[in-house]
Design a protein around this ligand. Structure first.
Ligand SMILES: Nc1ncnc2c1ncn2[C@@H]1O[C@H](COP(=O)(O)OP(=O)(O)O)[C@@H](O)[C@H]1O
Ligand SMILES: [Mg+2]
Length: 361
């Protein structure tokens, strides 16, 4: 059977101890251990920089370094190689401390036998590999989240641009055209056939204006960028109330006037989704929104006393509630969705907010 070869660097100033370790590993039977040694921390670090090793056995007391610091200095140099610490009899406390700081294991000198040493090194290697894999995945996840935040930002910005375009171009033109037709009305006789056509044309133009305004408010109401999130929520509430008989309350207690654009966008989308859900699903006649600024953060609650739902059983093809949770998470916050059939729904989103966030606005 072809056995794996593992390169081990023993950093140990006592040549006798180093030789003993090499001898113990030479009769290991689960892998071939190629053992090299260094007598000082500096020469060990130099070897590790030049060459690739699978594991390090480290004596904590060396001519150029002693105690836990030996381990800390080595670890700072070589993050990816697992380190097993060698401590003297009576020094177990030190060994344990090294493990707490990230050493894979500690062995007591003079008390190790081949199988213990072998197992310790192999486990160290496996554990380190898993740690590395987790670290890589975490890093990847962080990168993806950053990307997602950037995409959300781009999306908000584009919506803002399109909203402005519709507002300043399309809607302005149609409003102008309608005003002209309005001014013609009194010039026509009440019986004039054209007067009826004119009225129809004016109605059509009014519809186009309303439609344009609806599109703007769904894209990104200009009021967010002009007056901030509190006014934007007032606006949203008016819009929602004009659609039916839902009655909404808004309580707010904040000291900021403006928040970072991305955060304003996130809060707005959360309120928008929350209110749409209340109207569409809750059957409640009233609902409330609460926005509070606290020390170091803001919290936003959306409450209704409607039919409620089982938040743990939202089907995979629904994205509203999940979008609320994702947005909160992406901005370092949390979202609690408390609801159960017959109990109404309470959504609570918390965002961290630092002084620096407010200064950048
Ligand atoms: N305020 C609410 N009251 C009652 N049920 C709700 C409420 N909000 C959400 N739901 C339920 O949760 C489901 C998922 O909501 P959501 O993720 O926003 O998707 P969608 O609104 O597109 O259905 C809804 O279909 C509805 O059954
Ligand atoms: Mg929804």
């Amino acid at each position: 059977m072809n056995q794996q070869t593992l390169r081990v660097l023993v950093i140990e100033d006592n040549p006798g101890d180093a030789r003993l370790i090499a001898a113990l590993l030479s009769v290991a039977n689960t892998a071939v251990f190629a053992v090299e040694s260094a007598e000082t921390l500096a020469s060990g670090i130099a070897r590790l920089r030049d060459d690739k090793f699978d594991a390090v056995l480290l004596d904590l007391n060396l001519p150029d370094s002693s105690g836990l610091q030996t381990f800390l200095d080595l670890q700072a140099e070589i993050e990816s190689v697992p380190i097993v610490v060698l401590s003297g009899l009576g020094d177990e406390e030190l060994g344990l401390r090294a493990v707490k700081e990230g050493a894979q294991d500690y062995l007591i000198k003079g008390k190790v036998e081949t199988d213990v040493l072998e197992r310790s090194l192999r486990y160290a290697l496996e554990r380190k590999r898993s740690e590395e894999a987790i670290r890589r995945q975490t890093h990847e996840l962080q990168r993806n989240e950053k990307l997602l935040r950037q995409l959300l930002d781009i999306q908000e910005r584009e919506r803002q641009l399109v909203a402005y375009d519709i507002h300043d171009g399309f809607v302005q033109d149609v409003v102008g055209a309608k005003m002209m037709l309005d001014s013609l009305e009194h010039k026509l006789e009440a019986t004039d056939e054209s007067r009826i056509r004119l009225a129809t044309a004016r109605e059509l133009l009014q519809k186009a204006i309303d439609e344009g305004r609806r599109m703007i408010s769904e894209l990104r109401p200009l009021i967010i960028d002009e007056q901030g999130i509190v006014e934007a929520i007032h606006y949203l509430i008016n819009e929602e109330q004009s659609k039916g008989d839902l009655s909404l309350e808004f309580h707010h207690s904040v000291r900021f006037t403006r928040l970072p654009r991305l955060l304003e966008g996130a809060l707005f989308r959360i309120v928008q989704e929350g209110l749409t859900n209340v109207r569409r699903h809750s059957q409640a006649a009233t609902a409330s929104i609460t926005l509070v600024q606290r020390e170091g953060g803001i919290s936003l609650c959306i409450d209704d006393a409607g039919i409620g739902f089982d938040a743990a059983r939202i089907s995979d093809d629904r994205f509203g509630v999940r979008g609320i949770q994702e947005r909160a998470r992406l901005f370092g916050g949390t979202a609690k969705v408390q609801s159960s059939p017959g109990e109404g729904t309470h959504i609570e989103v918390e965002f961290p907010l630092s002084e620096a966030d407010l200064e950048d606005v």
